[in-house]
Design a protein around this ligand. Structure first.
Ligand code: PLP
Length: 431
C-alpha cells in the first residue's frame, strides 16, 4: 500500500512528504523537529560522529546558515545560535567554568547577566568578582585567582556607555590562559569585532540589533577557534581529557575549535535553549541589513545626543560619541563607523521630569528593549536598575532623572520634534 491509496488520516499526514532539494536563494526555513535518515547506517553514523542533521535541538540547516553568517561577521571561526541572549551568556560561561571556578566580570553589565552570576552560578559553586573601574588594568589583574577561568565584560555597556579596552583586558587574561568573553550586543559587529582585538568568545543578544525589528528573541556564541591545549589545557580539563566511555577528547577531535565544539555538542543541546528555525531565519534576514540600520541609527543617535546636550532641561548626556564622555577616546579607537545608538540622558527635574518625559513621548515607544528600528525609551532607576542600591546606581550613572534611549531609523527631525515638545512640557512641570 502506498500513501496514495491510504485512508484519509494517513494521507493527511503523509501526502506532503518532501525530500526535494531546490536552490532557494533566500535561506530556507527548515521548520521541522527532525530529519529523515537515508538508511540504517546513516542513522548510526549520525549518532556516532554528529555529522549531518538528525534532530533540530542538535542541528538544523536554517540555524546553521545563520551561525555561519554571524561567525563571518564577527571574524570568528564558528558560532552556535541559541534561543536568547541570556542563553548565549549561560552557554558561553558554562563552556569554560565549572563548580569551584571563578569569574572576573565588569560591573557594567546587563542586569540579567549579573543576576545569573550572583544567584544561579553562585548556587552551582561558581563565584564572581566584579570590577568597577574597567579602564584600570590593575583592577582586572588583582581580581584574578588561581581558579579564575573566565573574564567577562560588555564591549559597550548600558547604561553609561562605558567602553572596554578589549586588547588590554584580553592581554591580562592571556597571561594566565584565561579567555575573555565579550558581550557585543550594543556595538554589533558592524561597528566593533572584539575577536580582532584579542577576545576569545563573543556573545550577543540577537533579539536586539541582529534581528533588529523587535519581533523575536535569540542569542549567539562566536568563538575565535584559537583554543591552545598546550597553553590553556590545564584550565580546561573538560576539553583535553578523554570523554565518557573513552571517547577521544574534544580537543583531539576539534583542535582549536574545541571550545565552540563543546558548546555545540554538550552545553547548548543539554541545557536545551534551542532556537526555533523560524526565529533563526528572522535573525538571519535582519542581519542582512544590519550595517545599513546601525549606520543610520548611529547617525541619528549622534544628532539626538548633541541636541539633547545643548538643551537647558538636560543635566547630562552619557553617549560615547560625544567628546565630553570619559571613554570617548577609547570609543574612537575601537568603534568604526559610528558610536551606536543606545545612551542615557539625565534630566534636571529628577524623577517627576523623567515620569513626564515617558508619559508624553509619541514617536518614542516606552518599553524595555533596545536595538529596534523604532526609537525606545525606558526609566532605568525604576525598572532595569531598580534592584541595585543607590550607590550602585550612582556608579552605573543611573540617577532619578536618567532615561535610556535606543534610537531607531526614523527621520531624525521627527525624533527631535518629539523630544522638543516633551522637554518643553517637562520644563513647565518642574518649574
Ligand atoms: C538584552 C541583553 C541581553 C539578554 O538577551 P535576551 O535576548 O533578552 O535574553 C544580554 N546582554 C545585553 C547587553 C542585552 O542588552
Amino acid at each position: 500500500m502506498t500513501v496514495d491509496t491510504a485512508r484519509f488520516a494517513t494521507r493527511a499526514v503523509h501526502a506532503a512528504r518532501s525530500r526535494e532539494t531546490a536552490a532557494s536563494r533566500a535561506t530556507p526555513i527548515y521548520l521541522t523537529a527532525g530529519f529523515e535518515f537515508d538508511d540504517f547506517d546513516h542513522a548510526a553514523d549520525h549518532f556516532g560522529t554528529g555529522t549531518g542533521f538528525g534532530y533540530t535541538r542538535t542541528g538544523n540547516p536554517t540555524v546553521r546558515a545563520v551561525e555561519r553568517q554571524l561567525a563571518s561577521l564577527e571574524s570568528g571561526a564558528d558560532a552556535v545560535l541559541v534561543a536568547s541572549g541570556q542563553a548565549a551568556v549561560t552557554a558561553a560561561v558554562l563552556s569554560v567554568v565549572g563548580a569551584g571556578d571563578h569569574i572576573v566580570s565588569s560591573t557594567h553589565i546587563y542586569e540579567g547577566t549579573r543576576g545569573l552570576f550572583l544567584d544561579n552560578l553562585a548556587r552551582l559553586g561558581i563565584e564572581t568578582t566584579f570590577v568597577d573601574d574597567i579602564a584600570d588594568p590593575d583592577a582586572w589583574r588583582e581580581a584574578i585567582r588561581p581558579t579564575t577561568r573566565a573574564l567577562f565584560a560588555e564591549s559597550l555597556a548600558n547604561a553609561r556607555n562605558d567602553v572596554l579596552d578589549i586588547a588590554a583586558v584580553s592581554a591580562i587574561g592571556d597571561e594566565s590562559a584565561i579567555p575573555l568573553i565579550v558581550d557585543n550586543t550594543l556595538p554589533t559587529p558592524a561597528l566593533l569585532r572584539p575577536l580582532e582585538h584579542g577576545a576569545a568568545i563573543v556573545v550577543h543578544s540577537a533579539s536586539k540589533f541582529l534581528a533588529g525589528h523587535g519581533s523575536v528573541l535569540g542569542g549567539v556564541i562566536v568563538d575565535d577557534g584559537r583554543f591552545d591545549a598546550d597553553r590553556a589545557g590545564h584550565n580546561a580539563p573538560h576539553l583535553v581529557l578523554p570523554g565518557r566511555g573513552g571517547l577521544p577528547s574534544v580537543y583531539t577531535r576539534h583542535g582549536g575549535n574545541a571550545r565552540i565544539a563543546y558548546v555545540r555538542e554538550s552545553v547548548a543541546p543539554r541545557f536545551g535553549a534551542s532556537p526555533s528555525p523560524l526565529n533563526a531565519f528572522l535573525i538571519g534576514q535582519g542581519t542582512e541589513t544590519l550595517g545599513l540600520r546601525v549606520e543610520r541609527q548611529s547617525r541619528n543617535a549622534l544628532d539626538v545626543a548633541r541636541w539633547l546636550a545643548a538643551h537647558d532641561a538636560v543635566e547630562s548626556v552619557d553617549y560615547a560619541g560625544l567628546p565630553t564622555h570619559p571613554h570617548h577616546a577609547t570609543a574612537r579607537r575601537y568603534l568604526d563607523g559610528g558610536f551606536g545608538s543606545i545612551f542615557t540622558v539625565t534630566l534636571r527635574g529628577g524623577l517627576p521630569a523623567a515620569r513626564r518625559f515617558v508619559e508624553e513621548v509619541e514617536v518614542f515607544t516606552h518599553m524595555t528593549h533596545i536595538g529596534d528600528v523604532r526609537s525606545l525609551v525606558l526609566h532605568p532607576g525604576t525598572t532595569s536598575h531598580a534592584q541595585r542600591t543607590d550607590e550602585e546606581r550612582r556608579v552605573l550613572g543611573v540617577a532619578p532623572g536618567t532615561l535610556r534611549l535606543s534610537i531607531g531609523i526614523e527621520d531624525v527631525d521627527d525624533l527631535v520634534a518629539d523630544l522638543a515638545r516633551v522637554l518643553e512640557s517637562v520644563r513647565e512641570t518642574v518649574a
